[in-house]
Design a protein around this ligand. Structure first.
Ligand SMILES: Nc1ncnc2c1ncn2[C@@H]1O[C@H](COP(=O)(O)OP(=O)(O)O)[C@@H](O)[C@H]1O
Ligand SMILES: [Mg+2]
Length: 265
């Protein structure tokens, strides 16, 4: 299988704190690849580097054959992204959000752009809500709209950072169904992070488990279970990452550390 994502010895430091610690992995074209890890493991930081939003401290990477450090635009055309935090314009309608994005991605021809928007909104079952303001949407509708938006320019890769966080089981199920369909029908490569083990196991071809900035294990769900001698992915995960609490305070503590470092300068 040809690799569409290649990462070698990637490291990211924030003021001396190592958020991503010398990780290497690759993702094949058409593969669904999941990053699992406790809060603060470095998953979002990795996605931000892969998608040109952050500069790595060191390491080599290739996305769709391009180097994100030097070929920003080519890399950006290659992927769609659904961020961990919502990033839609609440004051625009669903259609307007996609139209804005389509123009941004160079879909200049109006008819073609609108056809594409229609196709994507139908795909995520929001076509009949296209003229409503996004601020009236539920969390699940916003997520679906973000997926449609991420696909508007027909990318090769879709990055999803915790796409189902905080959604009800029905909506989560719908979202994974869309993703699976895209992967099977269009050979879309999917790189995702999630906290939901069963979802990761159901949808991913391979899984990397990340902890404290490092990849501590990588393989199919079966590989990970075998490697740890556990029956479930959740037990394998706990064995690999320990059962200590990692609350959201990881980020808060880091924020404070940064603050102090700033005042010391
Ligand atoms: N811009 C930043 N400045 C300083 N520290 C950061 C920044 N972004 C993330 N971190 C820290 O890096 C670590 C990894 O964060 P993140 O990649 O968001 O983890 P995850 O997505 O796995 O929960 C955390 O300790 C976080 O506080
Ligand atoms: Mg994150």
């Amino acid at each position: 299988m040809e690799n569409i994502i290649e990462v070698k010895n990637l490291t990211k430091k924030f003021n001396g704190f190592t958020a991503v610690d010398n990780i290497s992995f690759s993702v094949g074209k058409g593969e669904v690849f999941a990053f699992l890890g406790p809060n603060g493991a470095g998953k979002t930081t990795t996605i931000k580097i892969l998608t040109t939003l952050l500069h790595p401290t060191s390491g080599e990477l290739h996305i769709n054959g391009y180097n994100p450090l030097h070929e920003h635009n080519k890399v950006r055309q290659s992927f769609g992204i659904v961020f961990q935090d919502p990033s839609l314009d609440d004051e625009l309608t669903a259609f307007e959000n996609l139209e804005f994005h389509g123009v941004l991605y160079g879909l200049k021809e109006k008819k073609a752009r609108r056809d594409r928007i229609e196709e994507m909104l139908k795909f995520v079952e929001l076509w009949d809500r296209k003229d409503e303001l996004v601020k009236k949407f539920s969390g699940g509708m916003k997520r679906r709209l973000e997926i449609a938006r991420g696909l508007i320019h027909l990318p090769e890769i879709l990055f999803l950072d915790e796409p189902t966080l905080g959604l009800d089981p029905q909506t989560r199920n719908h979202i994974w169904t869309y993703i699976e369909k895209l992967n099977k029908e269009r050979q879309l490569t999917v790189f995702l992070t999630t906290h939901y083990m069963e979802e990761a196991e159901k949808i991913s071809h391979r899984i990397a488990i990340m902890d404290h900035g490092k990849i501590v294990a990588m393989g199919t769900a079966e590989d990970l279970k075998k490697q740890t001698g556990k029956d479930s992915l959740e037990d394998a995960f706990l064995k690999l990452t320990g059962d200590g609490l990692r609350d959201e305070n990881a980020s808060a503590a880091e924020g404070m550390r940064q603050h102090r470092a700033m005042w010391r300068r």
